[in-house]
Design a protein around this ligand. Structure first.
Ligand code: DC
Length: 232
């Protein structure tokens, strides 16, 4: 069942810049609302991972889309890890956060055929549950009818530090300067591609996630969702 047919399904979208903290915000917001956390970045990371593993050049959208059709890729919720992706019955999370996979994900996400492959998967994921859908084009392309849309930003220095700590916590070495450079480059690629570029939906609420504590920002987002539901 696609989203257009399933109009009763509640959808809140959380798009935003890389390492802006949108995953943590989306996860907490989903928990508070009793919705599923739909992390679409994990799909593009899976595509980057599978293309890389099959030795397909990252600029070959047709071959990558054909490769994707050979695999089962399902978004799921793990009680400990939270949002995970299950590829051919095997769960993946940490290995998809590696730097080379982040880069590959952004490269493969440019291709219309790859995005098309994931469209139905995203619209059907966790149905009929409500979802907090996180990514780059959730509010603009995948769920344009979403009730409430957010776009999360944060200063580059804050985002670089966040990604640095995330990589360290997963046992992956990194240096702050090159992470900052990679993030800026990837955001530029994601924002300037011709298919589904990263941008705030016209009706999105912009959230600056540079300095405010997580709980406070989640509370504010929850207030916005709740007052929308009441018709305020
Ligand atoms: O949110 P993330 O950092 O896990 O996303 C990884 C890459 O996937 C990112 O560089 C852009 C791409 N992406 C996308 O193009 N569209 C989405 N809805 C989500 C992610």
């Amino acid at each position: 069942m696609g989203q257009r047919e399933g109009m009763s399904r509640q959808v809140v979208t959380v798009d935003g810049l890389g390492a802006s903290g949108k995953s943590a915000l989306a996860r907490h917001l989903a928990e508070r609302l009793g919705y599923a956390h739909l992390n679409s970045g994990l799909l593009y990371r899976s595509a980057g991972f599978l293309a890389h593993r099959a030795g397909i050049p990252l600029d070959d959208g047709t071959r990558i889309a054909a490769e994707l059709k050979q695999h089962s890729i399902i978004l799921q919720h793990d009680p400990v890890l939270g949002a995970i992706v299950v590829i051919n019955d095997k769960p993946y999370e940490a290995e998809l956060m590696a730097r080379d996979i982040s880069e590959a994900a952004s490269q493969v996400a440019k291709h219309a055929q790859v995005r098309e492959h994931f469209l139905g998967i995203q619209r059907d994921a966790f149905a009929p549950m409500g979802v907090v859908a996180e990514g780059r084009d959730m509010g603009t392309v995948v769920f344009p009818e979403a009730a409430v849309k957010f776009f999360v930003e944060a200063r580059l220095d804050v985002r670089a530090k966040r990604r640095f700590e995330q990589l360290l916590s997963k046992g992956q070495g990194a240096d702050l300067e090159s992470i900052s450079h990679e993030l800026a480059e990837r955001d530029n690629r994601d924002a300037t591609r011709s298919t589904a570029p990263m941008k705030p939906a016209q009706d999105a609420v912009i959230i600056d996630n540079s300095d405010t504590p997580l709980e406070q920002t989640v509370d504010r987002m929850l207030d916005i969702v709740t007052s929308h539901a009441k018709g305020n």
